[in-house]
Write a protein that binds this ligand. Structure first.
Ligand SMILES: [Mg+2]
Length: 368
């Protein structure tokens, strides 16, 4: 039997420049995507990797995450890799909330367990019910003609699902949707993400106008705290309404489902605090008759690969997932997956199926 005790934890920063440094959504613009890569190793060198996203709009910064992980990792070292429930219990008792940091530990432990068992990660989730999912790609806020041109570039690469970032100006947002629909034709699925930028009434106005351009879904139309407004939008528009920023914990997902405030929930492993909470959130949605899928956890291929294993195993995933945003980021610390013809296949290698680049391995060696 291979040793299963976690004896070492190391962190390296991941700062990935965006190919388009002007990439913008309603909550801001940042030329880089930042996070920490966590490596948890056993005595024979078997190593599981996790990723903590620094997302300012979700309340986590690179420096803040490091401080939290430095506090939590001593509680992980010395523990058995298979005792994930006890580890998560002890880190939660030590520090409430901070899902992004906890998620990195949870993801790394799952990767490590799968590697110790010599199996692909999805085997730990009940096996796979599908081999691949269609990938939805995101269009940053620009002028309507530029967004339409960018939409066409993605369609030319084989993508059949697009998400249009809008910013809360009804006339301009409707113009963007119209321009993109005109450019890509009827066969492409379109969604929008308002990132909280409307109030309920303007969301209803915008969505009723956009409905003629055949939208599948709107994400987070109103402010994170305006749950009454969110429910009003859900009840008033002919488009599927999906929660994103306001689905930032298992308890929040439970509340959205219990009161049927939305038609769908976007699940993000880092926001929910890891794989275990994400599976629980998916089951809550299933029990309450609310749809779910996986939203973009923008960052390394490591995040997309981990989420892909879950998407392969959860029967309720019925719409395109956002696992392709790594394609617009440079200097990924991991390699091993690519989008092909608008689709991502679940990696069949051991663990999450991606590996650190040679450069990252050197950084991990130096981090000891
Ligand atoms: Mg979103």
């Amino acid at each position: 039997m291979r040793p299963t005790k976690i004896v070492k934890a190391s962190l390296i920063p991941s700062v990935m420049p965006k190919e388009d440094p002007t990439w913008r959504f309603a909550l801001g613009a940042n030329p880089t995507t930042e996070g920490w890569v966590l490596a948890l190793s056993t005595a024979d060198g078997t190593t599981g990797y996790g990723y903590a996203s620094a997302s300012a709009h979700l309340g986590s910064t690179l420096a803040g995450l490091k401080a939290i992980l430095d506090r939590l990792l001593p509680l992980v070292i010395g523990q058995d890799a298979f005792n994930i429930e006890a580890v998560l219990q002890s880190i939660t008792a030590n520090l409430a909330r901070h899902n992004q940091a906890k998620g990195a530990i949870d993801i790394a432990m799952y990767d490590l367990m799968a590697k110790l068992l010599d199996v692909p990660l999805y085997k730990l989730f009940g096996g796979k019910v599908r081999d691949s999912v269609p990938i939805l790609r995101i269009l940053a806020i620009k002028k309507p003609d530029e967004m339409a041109a960018n939409a066409q570039k993605l369609v030319d690469k084989g993508y059949n699902y697009l998400k249009i970032k809008v910013h809360g100006d009804v006339a301009e947002d409707v113009a963007c949707v119209r321009a993109i629909r005109k450019q890509v034709g009827d066969g492409v699925h379109l969604t929008i993400d308002a990132n909280q930028s409307y109030d309920a009434k303007s969301a209803i106005t915008a969505l009723n106008r956009m409905a003629e351009y055949d939208l599948d879904l709107v994400e987070q139309p109103v402010h994170i705290d305006d749950l009454e407004g969110l429910k009003l939008v859900t009840e008033s528009v002919p488009v599927v309404v999906e929660a994103d920023e306001c689905a930032g914990s298992l308890a929040e997902v439970m509340n959205l489902v219990r009161h049927r405030m939305v038609d769908a929930v976007s699940l993000k492993i880092p926001n929910l605090g890891g794989v275990r909470n994400t599976i629980a959130a998916a089951h809550v949605c299933e029990a309450g008759g609310v749809r779910y899928r996986f939203g973009a956890a923008v960052g390394s291929r490591l995040l997309s690969a981990t989420a892909m294993h879950l998407a392969a195993a959860l029967p309720g995933v019925t719409y395109a997932c956002e696992f392709g945003e790594f394609d617009r980021l440079l200097d990924d610390p991991f390699e091993g997956i690519e989008i092909e013809g608008g689709v991502l296949h679940v990696p069949e290698g051991v663990g999450c199926g991606v590996s650190p680049t040679a450069d990252s391995l050197e950084k991990f060696a130096a981090a000891v």
